[in-house]
Ligand binder design. Structure first.
Ligand SMILES: [Zn+2]
Ligand SMILES: [Zn+2]
Length: 389
């Protein structure tokens, strides 16, 4: 069967691989039929020389060691199976799986979790203590257990594949509500759940709050966050990006947009808007840059919440802690725990007409994955027909 592999910058290929089998009674085999490309996947695909640069940075201590623990030594060395956002149909079930049936359409979270350990019970499903166990890893635990990050994050393979094995299937796989278009929630495994966690809990605590989204790095997450913020009653959503087409999508969701020359460099004249005096209650940092992070912290209102959804790979990224102290703001960084939010996210998506598919800038045929996955496009979604209608 086919599995899409990242080979090198701009180059992806189908690799032939034996079909996965049930390893235990709690496993499932699923067939992905809607797959989308996470914003993070574009790092190795579009950034020429990323492996050499990150490896050199790890050697000299400039890049944080966690990058190597997650993406390997050297990081993002191809070939490696890629892809970790998928809607799939259930093909085979272990004898202990009771909540699923053959043909069920399910969301597969990007990180593999057990559902019963102490961290899973706290909602930290991407830091599961069971699935990250690995005698070869420091302290016997991997940083992440995930699909599509390469061997350093476990043996699970990528989601752009004909068949995929899912352990702890009763817990892991979340059924798609009846009537919900899979293309609408193509990114629920990761980026849509990321946009959700960045604005929805914060707005629940601060009803009608003002929201700022600094976009351009984590491209689709910023758009999902903008749309979800408007739909969850933010009194104002300001969206700042370098790309006019993305800004138009944010505007169509009801955000107030501004297109600037750069969101990653805070030099005067490059277009950073001046922080507004009263600040924003909820701020999303999606530029994936230290400059963006420092800027949005200074844009956050007293008592406000700043969620950074990008990668900050440096060992020491300066952060204005005194300003944060003086304004009493909360900075939240960290991987998403999609399994923990999927039930409420899918329920909300099924009962509200939120057109998340507007973020999809390229919809391609699953068979064309090698070329399509390399495209310079904000959000790629691949689709094929499910076997069970
Ligand atoms: Zn991702
Ligand atoms: Zn667990």
């Amino acid at each position: 069967m086919r599995e899409l592999n990242y080979v090198s910058t701009g180059r992806l290929e189908w690799f032939d691989r034996p079909e996965p089998e049930l390893h235990g009674p709690t496993d499932a085999i699923v067939r992905p039929f809607v797959v989308s490309r996470c914003d993070g996947d574009t790092l190795p695909i579009h950034w020429k020389g990323v492996t050499t640069m990150l490896a050199a940075g790890l050697r000299t201590g400039v890049i944080d060691p966690s990058v190597g623990h997650i993406a390997g030594h050297p990081p993002f060395q191809g070939p490696a199976p890629i892809g970790h956002e998928a809607i799939a149909e259930v093909i085979a079930l272990g004898s202990d799986v009771t909540h699923l049936a053959i043909g069920d359409q399910v969301v597969v979270p990007w990180s593999v979790s057990c559902g019963t350990c102490q961290n899973c019970r706290r909602g930290l499903t991407s830091k599961c203590l069971t699935t990250r166990r690995d005698p070869a890893a420091p302290d016997g635990l991997r940083y992440l257990s995930a699909y599509g990050f390469g061997a350093a994050s476990g043996p699970y393979g990528g989601m752009v594949t004909d068949l995929l094995r899912v352990p702890h299937a009763d817990h892991m796989l979340v059924k798609l509500p009846d009537g919900l278009d899979p293309l609408r929630v193509a990114a629920a495994s990761d980026n849509l759940a990321d946009g959700w966690r960045a604005v929805v809990p914060g707005l629940r605590a601060r009803p009608g709050g003002r929201v700022l989204i600094m976009a351009g790095g984590a491209k689709s997450i910023a758009l999902y966050a903008a749309g979800l913020a408007v739909a969850h009653g933010a009194s104002q959503v300001d969206y700042i990006d370098t790309d006019a087409d993305r800004a138009a999508i944010a505007e169509s969701f009801g955000a107030r947009v501004q297109v600037v020359r750069s969101t990653r460099v805070s030099l005067p004249g490059l277009g950073y808007p001046r922080p507004v005096r009263e600040g924003y209650d909820i701020v999303v940092e999606a530029t994936s840059s230290g400059a963006g992070l420092r800027h949005v912290i200074r844009c956050t209102a007293p008592g406000g919440e700043c969620t950074a959804v990008g990668y900050y790979v440096g060992t020491t990224t300066p952060v204005p802690l005194m300003h944060m102290y003086a304004t009493d703001i909360t900075l939240h960084l960290g991987v998403t725990h999609p399994r923990a939010v999927l039930p409420e996210l899918l329920d909300w998506m099924a009962t509200h007409d939120f057109p998340a598919e507007r973020v999809t800038t390229t919809l391609a045929d699953f068979d064309d994955a090698p070329a399509a996955y390399a495209a310079e496009t904000t959000k790629l979604v691949l689709r094929r027909d499910p076997l069970h209608a």
